[in-house]
Design a binder for this molecule. Structure first.
Ligand code: SF4
Length: 433
């Protein structure tokens, strides 16, 4: 039991997917935001996210009106108009994201005809549409782009500007995927299939889930399960997890204050505070170093420690390094073979120059590691492939102790097991032939 004063008020809505996600991650953050109604500080990433969505909305609405599949010039014009309030760094960041999005976003004729852009939907408890601010509104959500194909297939697109890219398996089970599908299935009884696509714009990656009507309706248990927990909760306890790293409610969080033994909301007001915080940082840095050492020894002896969706545990990382003399030998062989095929003195000189450059870069390295091959071979992929297929690398395995994402670690282990399996198979096939 924590020492923070217990909130007495309970919560009865209106709900949104992000409110439910916040509660799942930390009930106390939910309490601060939606019951105590603390205004979370605005941050550069929030400003960039808002501006991106505003530009995407205006651009797609323009394309729809003009009946065009794309018009990058117009997109940049809109972007410049809507980002005057951002700092130079924020604008640079946003423009990088926008460039990636514009290269990938599609808007064909069928989409343009039926798409709803930034559609705001609000429903009451009987799933009847109501006004966004109606007193009986129960659930609200905004869809970045929604359209229907072939009469009964719903496609929901959501633009994400998050820096972290979650594991596919995590997203498929996420509240957002299941929640959107369930809500859409409830208000559109004719829809048979739901494709929910989360576009991680920074990573130029789209993760999608395809659900039939039955699967979409199954999302009810997940959503109602969280809503029931919220409505029965009167404590809203803080939940320390990896979310705390980027939580912008730290200044209000009892757990955080307890950890730092602070009483006020602001950390540094006076010179005395500044000195104390400076000292605390030093103390905490030593605590972290020593704590990590002892935690490692404990986990080694006992078992991993799970905190939220991450765990303190060991993980094996593998790296390869190619013996320098073997790399030089292969490059020389390539050089001699190519020179023998050359028709002119210029060709011969060019081949020698390439080989010399690669050999000099190789000799500059203490070790030719797998991740430095790009800087040695540059655009000469053919020679790089020859080296990696002909030279036997040293393989180093390191057992690291770290704070690991559980889902990602699981995916990595499964991938490694698959690779091992397929290597075994090809070995068998080689033996047969
Ligand atoms: S810092 Fe952590 S425990 Fe505190 S409100 Fe934020 S997420 Fe919850």
């Amino acid at each position: 039991m924590t020492s923070h004063s217990k909130p007495k008020k309970s919560f009865r809505g209106p709900y949104s997917v992000s409110k439910l996600e916040t509660y799942q991650q930390c009930p106390y953050a939910f309490y601060l935001l939606y019951i105590k109604k603390i205004q979370a500080p605005d941050t550069p990433s929030k400003r960039v996210g808002r501006a991106f969505h505003e530009i995407a909305k205006n651009y797609l609405l323009y394309l729809q009106q003009a009946d065009l599949p794309s018009d990058k010039e117009k997109a940049w014009k809109i972007a410049k108009e809507l980002t005057v309030h951002l700092s130079d760094e924020e604008r640079d960041d946003l423009f990088q994201i926008l460039t990636k999005w514009l290269d990938r976003v599609e808007f064909d004729e069928e989409m343009r005809t039926t798409a709803m852009i930034e559609e705001k939907i609000a429903i009451d408890k009987d799933f009847q549409p109501v006004d966004w601010l109606a007193p009986n509104v129960w659930f609200r959500w905004v869809m970045d782009r929604f359209y229907i194909r072939q009469g009964n297939l719903a496609i929901i697109d959501d633009w994400k500007v998050d820096r972290a890219l979650p594991a596919q398996s995590k997203i498929e089970k996420s509240l957002q995927m299941r929640g959107y599908a369930w809500l859409m299935a409830m208000i559109y009884p004719d829809l048979e299939q739901f494709v929910i696509r989360l576009h991680y714009v920074r990573h130029s990656k789209m993760i999608e889930a395809v659900l039939d009507r039955g699967q979409a309706l199954d999302g009810r248990d997940l959503i109602m399960g969280v809503i029931t927990k919220i409505e029965q909760d009167t404590q809203f306890e803080p939940r320390v997890s990896d979310r705390c790293h980027w939580c912008d409610l730290k200044g209000e969080c009892v757990k955080f204050k307890e950890a730092l033994q602070l009483k006020g909301g602001t950390l540094v007001k006076t010179e005395e505070d500044a000195r104390r915080v400076g000292e605390q940082i030093v103390l905490l840095s030593n605590y972290i170093k020593e704590g990590k050492k002892e935690l490692k020894a404990w986990v080694e002896k006992h078992h991993p420690i799970v905190i939220g969706k991450k765990k303190w545990d060991f993980s094996i990382s593998e790296s390869k390094s190619y013996p320098i003399k073997d790399v030089l030998r292969v490059v020389k062989e390539w050089r001699d073979e190519e020179i023998a095929k050359a028709n002119t003195t210029e060709e011969e000189q060019a081949i020698k120059a390439i080989a010399d450059e690669i050999m000099n870069k190789t000799l500059e390295k203490a070790k030719v590691k797998e991740n430095t091959l790009g800087s040695i071979f540059g655009a000469f992929h053919e020679i790089k492939e020859r080296v990696t297929s002909e030279v036997k690398p040293f393989v180093y395995r390191k057992n690291n102790f770290d704070f690991i994402d559980i889902e990602k670690a699981k995916e990595k282990t499964e991938k490694r097991a698959k690779v091992k399996k397929s290597t075994k198979k090809s070995k068998l096939i080689d033996d047969i032939f």
